[in-house]
Design a protein around this ligand. Sequence first.
Ligand SMILES: [Zn+2]
Length: 422
Amino acid sequence: MATTRRTHVCRIQNHSQVVDALDRHGWSASKLWNVANYYAREQWDETGEIPDEDELKTHSKYNGLHSQPSQNVLEELSEAFSSWYGSDDGRDNPPGYRKENYYDDHGNRVHEEHPRSTVTWKTNGIRHDDRHDRLRLSKGANHRDGRDFILCEYEAPPEVELETIQQVRAVWNSGKQRWELHVVCKHDITTESSGEKVAGVDLGICNPAVVAFPDDSLLYPDNRLRGDKHYFQREAYQTGGNHGPSRKAQWAREKLSRRKDHFLHALSKDTIERCVEHGVGTLVVGDPSGVDESDWGRHGNKRLDNWAYKRVMNLIDYKTREHGIEVEMPDERGTSSSCSVCGHEDDESRVERGLWKCDRCGVVVHGDVNGADNIRQETPTVTRPLGSEDSGDGCLAQPRVIQFDRTRGFQPREARTDIAKP
Ligand SMILES: [Zn+2]
C-alpha cells in the first residue's frame, strides 16, 4: 500500500512544565550547530573537503553529543553542507552560525545569544502514550535532571489521530512565544476504494453508531462513555466553586472531553476498518440537522449533540479519504419512520422497545438498524428491495454488537458464532 508522510502541528498543553527543558535543548542544539560548523569550515579551509556526519560526531567537542537530538543536529548540518557543496550557484553561502544579536539604542551589539533551534527526535527517542495524548521525548545526556525524558501533553488538530509517528520536532513559535510539536506521521493512502458496496450509518446517543451493510449490521453501544460522563460530571459539579471552576473541576472536564474524544476517534476508526473489510466504496451518514426536535422523539436512538456529530463527521471524512471511500450525507428525515425492507411509511411510532415492526411486510428489525439501513438506501446506487420474501433480514434483526474497552478498543461480542460452534 502506498504511504505518505504528513506533519501535524500540535499544541503543548503542559507548556509551563516543559518550557525550561525545551529551551535548554533548543539552545544547545544551536550551540552544537555552531561548534560543528566552526570545525567544518576549518577543515574546508585547510583541506578543501567537508567532513561528513561521522567525522563531525567524532571531532565536535560537545558533551551532549550522544543524545539523539544532538545527532540530528549534526545530520542536519552535514546535509546543509553537502547541498551547499553540490550547488552549482557560486553565490550560495555555506551554512551560517546560529546566533541572535542584541543591540543598544546606538546600534552597537551588546549581547549575543544562542537562539532556540528546532530539536528533532526520531522513532527510538519517542514514546507515544496515545491513551493520554502524551509524548515522551528522550533528553540529552547533559540535560538529565531527574527524568531522562520530557513528557509533553499534546493537543492534536481536531481531525487528526497521531499514529505511526516517524519524527517529532520541537519548534519555537516566536509569534506565540511558545514551543510547538511538529509530529510527522506515516499514513497509508489508497486512491481507489476497496469495494463497491454501500454502507449506512446512523449516529446517536444510546447507540453512538449503528452501521448497516447490505448483508450485515453492527451496533456500537455506549457502554463506556455514559459511565465516564456520569462520574466526571459529578466530579466537575461537586468541586465547582463560586469563583469559576476549581482546578479539580477543570481537571474533571478536561478528562471527560479527552475520553469522549478518544471514544469518538476509536469509533470512527473501527467503523472505517470494518467498512474496508466489507468492501465498502460508499459510506452514507445521515445528517440529522433537518430533523425537527419534535420528530426526534420517535427515533429510537436519541440525537447526538451538534458538537459530537460534527466531530464524528470530520473524523469519518478524514479517515475515509485515506481509504478511498466516498462519503455522502443525505438528510436523515423520514429514515426512522419507514421500513427498510419494503419501503412502507408509517408516521405512527413503529419503534417499540427498540424494534421496528412493519405492518405491511411483517419484518421485525432493531429500530436503529432499520434507520441505518434506510440511510444506506438514500444513495441512488442502492435500489430498495421489493417485497420481503427474499430480503434476508435476519442479520438486520440481530446486529453484531461491538463493545468498547478503553485498553483494547472495540471488540465484537460474538454470541451467535459461539452457539454455532460444535
Ligand atoms: Zn416493511
